[in-house]
Write a protein that binds this ligand. Structure first.
Ligand code: NDP
Length: 309
């Protein structure tokens, strides 16, 4: 049996060396050099080209190299009976923490407005406040969202989270489910989206949601482009209800050159550049999943197909 790896980061020689050190007996093949497709029982990837998953008759496990499994879950060629596990660090992602802090601080300290004022050579006096007076809301307290929320807390921000299943987290107000979404939005001056894209979360950042946020609020989308209804966002910015937005992810990537978001004065466009996915730390987790498969032990970091994440 063999592992097929379709990596989009790192060099093949590095991956070979990492697997040789971790699991020397493993037959590792690199997409698109699959060899006999009947040999492949595990595929580790972010995605495969359309229809390809169907062509591996003995596939028993998929390892997602991406935190967001939406590509895999939306691919009709992925067999429904094959479990999907995540290879990312279950304790969070330091680069996602960094980028969350970067953008929250940028909005907290009014940097977009200062940049616009500088273009007009205007010496402005904008309100300033310490982090302890700033309410940040993090949508999604999963592997990435919780670590990012904790980091914001450590800087002193008043952090609340929005999740699906109610829970208690020390020092953090946790809002759960649709019933508590408006209460969460009402208090979130800076909103960070770190939700997975599912049928329940698609278009969740829409005109009605922005209207629930305090006037002068800012939105940071680090989740997926499909979370944001762009017309609603632009209307909320143009009416001055929201002050600014930072978007790292888009429905179409790369964002088309003629998309008005590029030139909107209150929108910061980031080219899906939040983090570098690291292959080396994933190798022991991929190897562990393969050993569990071979030994018939339960999988860890399983994606729940019903929930969609
Ligand atoms: P997880 O699957 O670990 O966590 C998802 C979180 O979202 C959980 O807290 C979950 O709630 C919550 N959630 C899911 N559905 C709902 C819902 N319907 N209502 C309320 N809360 C919901 O995901 P990660 O933290 O690992 O990653 C989150 C997302 O971040 C990824 O799916 C991806 O889209 C994005 N991402 C973006 C990157 C970028 O480069 N911009 C890089 C990496 C990730 P509960 O805890 O109750 O289950």
């Amino acid at each position: 049996m063999a592992l097929l790896l379709n990596f989009f980061f790192g060099k093949p020689e590095d991956w070979k060396q990492w697997f040789a050190a971790e699991m020397p007996e493993l037959d590792v093949r690199f997409w698109p050099e699959t060899g006999n497709r009947e040999d492949i029982d595990v595929i580790a990837c972010g995605w495969l080209p359309e229809g390809e998953f169907k062509t591996f008759p003995n596939l028993k496990l998929i390892v997602s190299l991406l935190a967001g499994p939406d590509h895999l879950l939306h691919d009709p060629a992925v067999p429904k009976h094959v479990p999907i596990v995540r290879a990312g660090d279950p304790s969070g992602d330091t680069m996602m923490n960094e980028v969350t802090l970067l953008h929250v601080l940028r909005h907290h300290r009014n940097m977009p407005a200062y940049a616009l004022a500088q273009q007009r050579a205007e010496w402005v006096n904008l309100p300033r406040q310490p982090a302890r007076e700033r309410k940040v809301g993090v949508m999604g307290l999963g592997v990435i969202g919780l670590a990012a929320a904790r980091m914001l807390q450590s800087i002193g921000f008043q952090v609340a989270g929005w999740v699906r299943t109610p829970r208690r987290i020390d020092g953090m107000d946790v809002f759960a489910g649709r019933d508590q979404l408006n209460a969460f939005l009402n208090r979130s001056e800076i909103l960070v989206n770190l939700l997975p894209l599912t049928s329940e979360t698609e278009n969740i950042l829409n005109a009605a949601a922005f209207a629930q946020m305090p006037k002068g609020g800012a939105v940071i989308n680090l989740g997926r482009g499909g979370h944001v209804v762009e017309a609603g966002l632009v209307a909320a910015l143009d009416s001055e209800h929201l002050a600014a937005a930072t978007l790292d992810v888009f429905r179409t990537e790369p964002l088309p050159k003629d998309d008005p978001l590029w030139k909107h004065p209150k929108v910061t466009v980031m080219p899906h550049a939040s983090r570098r996915v690291e292959g080396k730390p994933m190798v022991p987790r991929i190897a562990d999943a393969i050993r569990r498969l071979r030994d018939g032990r339960p999988m860890e970091n399983l994606i729940d197909r019903v929930k969609g994440y």
